[in-house]
Design a protein around this ligand. Sequence first.
Ligand SMILES: [Zn+2]
Ligand SMILES: [Zn+2]
Length: 270
Amino acid sequence: MMIDYHMHLERGPFDENWWLKFWEEEKKKNIQEIGITEHGHRFKEFRPVYDHIPITAPWCDSNLEEYREFTTFLKEKYKIKVGVEMDYFPEKEKEIKELLEEYNFFDYVLGSVHFIDHGFGFDIDPNDPRWTENDMEEIFEDYFDKVEKMIKSNLYDIIAHLDLVKLWGGRNPKNISSIYERISKVIISSQMSLELNTAGWRKPVKELYPSPEFLKIISSYNIPLTFGADAHTPEDAGRDIEKAYQIAKDLGFKKISIFEKRKKILIDLR
Ligand SMILES: [Zn+2]
Ligand SMILES: [Zn+2]
């Protein structure tokens, strides 16, 4: 069964016609189960998680009641799951935990690191001066330090776009293999599922998240996967999911996770 568990409707309204454009594209690509995962930063109830990152303030354009109502309506007509893509900040673990307990209508929660030390949102602008002011080694180390803490926090179900920090391309730090080894061990001792996110193929790096080298290391452990196209527009819905499935099978992964009300169900990858 093919799943696409990472999708954003944020560029349009919570409206069935807008949703249908995504849905029809997914059907064309034979995706059987779809998860909508709006960004946590959109919702006013989640502001306590984001209030230290000023750039996110104008991104807050909705509330969870609207999201819950709209997706409840969709669930009556379409085979979908409802999730949220929630950022991880080490200093906000308490807020994230409390808010996810309070707003508990999600089938699963994607854990993402988009911001590293000093509020550097590294995936926003390739020309951000911080890319040249800092060593690539330091940026990667900082990013994977956050990822490691996120995995250990036990707050999330799925690790989203595991090596997002590479998105602009260019060279990897010299110690990248040891970082991959370290993070793989952290994943195996967690309960989390790992997302194969195809959006990397549409970014300058032109590579799946996680990279083939990283995936090869992880594939020696029996980690369940999810798949996500991370579409923000209908054309990208379900994009390259089939290709990612093939890579996962070729590497010997055996299981995928599907979720219901944050309960993980393992099924065979095929
Ligand atoms: Zn993301
Ligand atoms: Zn996303």
